[in-house]
Structure formats: C-alpha cells, structure tokens
Design a protein around this ligand. Structure first.
Ligand SMILES: [Zn+2]
Length: 161
C-alpha cells in the first residue's frame, strides 16, 4: 500500500533553525528519539533556506504505527503559514522530495494530504488553500514531464541534423 504523505508547518515564527524548536516541542510530547537523533515525529523537515533534513527513517515503526501516522510519511516546513507563505527555496526543496518519494513509492497527488485533513487543526496554515500541496505535487510532475519532453525533442532534432 502506498504511504500517505502528510504536510505540516511548525506554526511558529522562529529565528534561526526551526527544526530545533520543533524538536524540543516533540521531545516534551514524549516522542521517542530517532536513529538520526531527533524527537520529531516528522520524517522530513525543510528549513526556510531550503535545507532538507531527514529526521526519522521513513516508516519508522516507533511513530508510524500510532493511529494517525499509520503508513504515512510526515514532512514539516519551518514557518507559520497562517500569515506567511513558504519560501521559494522551500517549494523547490519540497518538489525535489516529492520526486524522490514518487520514484520510491509510486505515489500520486491523491497520496499528498495535509494535517488538517485528519485532525481539527489549521496546520499547515490558513494562508494556503486546501489541497495546495497536492496541487504542488501535480505541478512538480508537470515540470518534470516538460523537462523530459524537451530533452526528447532535442535528441530528435539532433537526429534530423
Ligand atoms: Zn501539523
């Protein structure tokens, strides 16, 4: 069964590294430490500067067998998207991550969900319309497709020379 990818925001405006704040919060909530030394239940974290950090193994049994996290991979973006948007670097990083997840699990945009789709929360933020990240996934694939198509066209044009 294909995993569901859940998108979160930290919901807070922090200076410096957002991950360290989220990590401290989840440590207090009692999540177990991961093999990478983090307490967040997220598997992936993306800082506003576009840095992608793997915080937990995908399908880590320590967290994914809790009901809400069953067969899922959680991705958190640092920022408060109730009143700001993800940075361009975060979108770029997330597109890369989406492509990687697609290659490894064969997921499509139906597998991209937002925290607010399973719990009563605003996460990942009121500034973003519902389904925003599923749309980004489609857009990412479209970009990827266009790039492949262009490469094919170039090859074809070279054949005609
Ligand atoms: Zn969330």
């Amino acid at each position: 069964m294909k995993p569901t990818i859940y998108i979160h925001h930290t919901g807070k405006k922090n200076r410096g590294r957002y991950l360290s704040h989220a990590n401290a919060f989840h440590q207090r909530e009692g999540y177990p430490i991961s093999t990478f030394g983090y307490y967040t239940f997220y598997q992936w974290f993306i800082e506003p500067q576009g840095k992608i950090i793997q915080t937990r193994r995908e399908m880590d049994p320590d967290v994914v067998y809790k009901d809400a996290h069953k067969n899922s991979i959680s991705v958190c973006l640092g920022g408060n998207f109730n009143n700001e948007f993800p940075t361009r670097e975060q979108y770029k990083a997330l597109s890369l991550l989406f492509n990687s997840l697609k290659q490894r699990y064969g997921i499509n945009h139906f597998n991209i969900k937002e925290h607010r789709e399973y719990q009563n929360t605003f996460c990942p933020g009121l500034a973003l319309p519902r389904g925003h990240f599923a749309q980004l996934f489609v857009y990412t694939q479209y970009n990827f497709f266009m790039r492949e198509l262009n490469l094919l066209l170039i090859k074809f044009q070279n054949l005609l020379k």
